[in-house]
Design a protein around this ligand. Structure first.
Ligand code: BG6
Length: 255
């Protein structure tokens, strides 16, 4: 498209692709730190990329966050001919209801006219109670669905922002700061070299599961997330499709 050529976004995508060693990057104009509508553009671009890769049957595992919530808003009832199920990628990891994966999956199902399943695992229970939860047939069933997802759609957060938002315990907070975590995804906290320094213990998709999944979409924008994106991508599968904005891309290109 002409606009993208004139503004140099296509060129930026190519440069960032080789810098980050990814097969595909989509950059939307603007900086979501500054303008809220940019998140909508991230949502639109994600919806477009997802639709291009739909198969007959799809299980799409989704994380929480305001970016994912924006993606849900941009989905439309044109998942034509597909049978698609949305599932939360992982159990509760301390987000507010509107930012929870369960809520977002429900929205995605509503907007596309497809189905969704929920995974309710309280995180404030004893180990014993937690273990018996895992034996529940309904929970087992959803866990199996998650493990057979052919698409994953996830956000990336700044480590400290996420630790604060999740009301992390002082001990875990210390692990995150002492470990110099800069980025977070799926409840894993990464330092600048991409090492995991802390992990929120919950069931569902684990980082190592990602390499078996055909399509992984990482959606994150805003210049303040550049460090987090760079850190996470060091351990992300190279098949990851990054959907970001100009604000983050410009920072990332500074190296
Ligand atoms: C959380 C996810 O819900 O959202 C995190 O569990 C992710 O893994 C975060 O980093 C991103 O949030 P936002 O609001 O910046 O899109």
């Amino acid at each position: 498209n002409m606009m993208r050529e004139i503004s140099g976004i296509n060129e930026m995508e190519k440069r960032l692709q080789s810098l980050l060693n990814l097969n595909e990057i989509v950059i939307v104009p603007g900086n979501s730190d500054e303008s809220p509508w940019v998140k909508e553009e991230l949502g639109r671009a994600s919806a477009f990329s997802m639709k291009q890769r739909l198969e007959g049957n799809n299980i799409i595992a989704v994380t929480g966050g305001s970016t994912m919530a924006a993606v849900a808003e941009m989905l439309t009832p044109d998942f034509s001919g597909s049978d698609t199920l949305f599932v939360p990628a992982r159990g509760g990891i301390g987000e507010d209801v509107k930012n929870q994966a369960n809520t977002i999956c429900a929205k995605m199902a509503e907007h596309t006219g497809m189905r969704h399943r929920v995974l309710y695992v309280p995180d404030q229970v004893s180990k014993e109670v937690y273990k018996s939860f895992l034996k529940e047939p309904m929970i087992k069933e959803v866990l199996n669905l998650i493990k057979s997802a052919n698409m994953v759609l996830h956000g990336i957060g700044d480590a400290i922002t996420m630790a604060e938002r999740r009301k992390t315990s002082p001990d875990d907070f210390e692990k995150i700061t002492v470990g110099h975590a800069v980025g977070e995804a799926f409840g894993y906290y990464f330092d600048e070299s991409g090492e995991v320094v802390h992990k929120v213990p919950t069931i569902g998709l684990q980082l190592e599961d990602l390499k078996h999944i055909n399509h992984v979409f990482a959606v994150a924008g805003g210049s303040s997330k550049a460090k987090a994106i760079r850190a996470y991508l060091k351990s992300a599968p190279s098949s990851t499709i990054l959907i970001t904005d100009e604000g983050a891309a410009k920072e990332l290109l500074k190296g």
